[in-house]
Write a protein that binds this ligand. Sequence first.
Ligand code: ADP
Length: 271
Amino acid sequence: MTPSSSTLHLADSDASLPFYAAQAEEIALFEQAWRNQLPLLIKGPTGCGKTRFVSYMASRLGLPLFTVACHDDLSAADLVGRHLIGDGTTYWQDGPLTRAVREGGICYLDEVTEARKDTTVVLHPLTDDRRILPIERTGETLQAPSDFMLVVSYNPGYQNLLKSMKPSTRQRFVSLRFGFPEPVREREIVIGETGIDIRLAERLVALAGALRTLKEHDLEEVASTRLLIYAARLIQSGFDPLEACRAALVEPLTDDEETAAALMEVVQVNF
Ligand code: ADP
């Protein structure tokens, strides 16, 4: 989404909420989506704050959060539930999606495009105005309560068509695009998460900016806010800054030695 300098809201001072520095109007959008019973899709690169945002919003709205990290083996039963055998009898156990529908709350499917398309089909009746979850195995059809919300996220940066979202699924969601935060905000985040001093935070954020502009190395991913926080933690605990940046900002991004050496040159210019 487009950051706007007029809306620099940092995290609420309420200590019971997870720390979250807003990028733009996403808090208001999430609240409105929830109030209007609309499902939400958040797209953005890995480590830019999508998961933190969802847990912040769940706490802010006082809702239980059911998170599923999607992967290519995830079955519909993993989401909906299955019969289990115990004490000589068979009993039904709700999956996280069913629990969120039964109990109310947010069901968050992280990296939803990793899941097989036939798995995500179970989401369809929940994402239109019926808001129902048919459970074939038990014969039930659950009606989602008003405080149920489905949130999914994915990283559109992967150049993998098989892993993109089906247009027919995508257009069932209100969508929000996340990018890496503006430098001032990213600095606040690094300080908020690690307590490092402002000058070091500034250097790390400038370094991330420089690393993110390197297009010629064909990196699949760029330095994320998460990796910046790792680097800050290592430096804060006494690790040599160059080595900390190598371990947290260079090696996680590439296996190619030449590319790593080129990235280290950028680190050296900034440190
Ligand atoms: P994603 O889900 O997009 O992969 P995360 O939400 O897990 O990324 O973010 C990675 C880490 O970066 C978080 O654990 C948190 O420390 C930090 N972070 C990123 N963005 C923010 C933000 N806006 N406010 C607070 N912390 C953030």
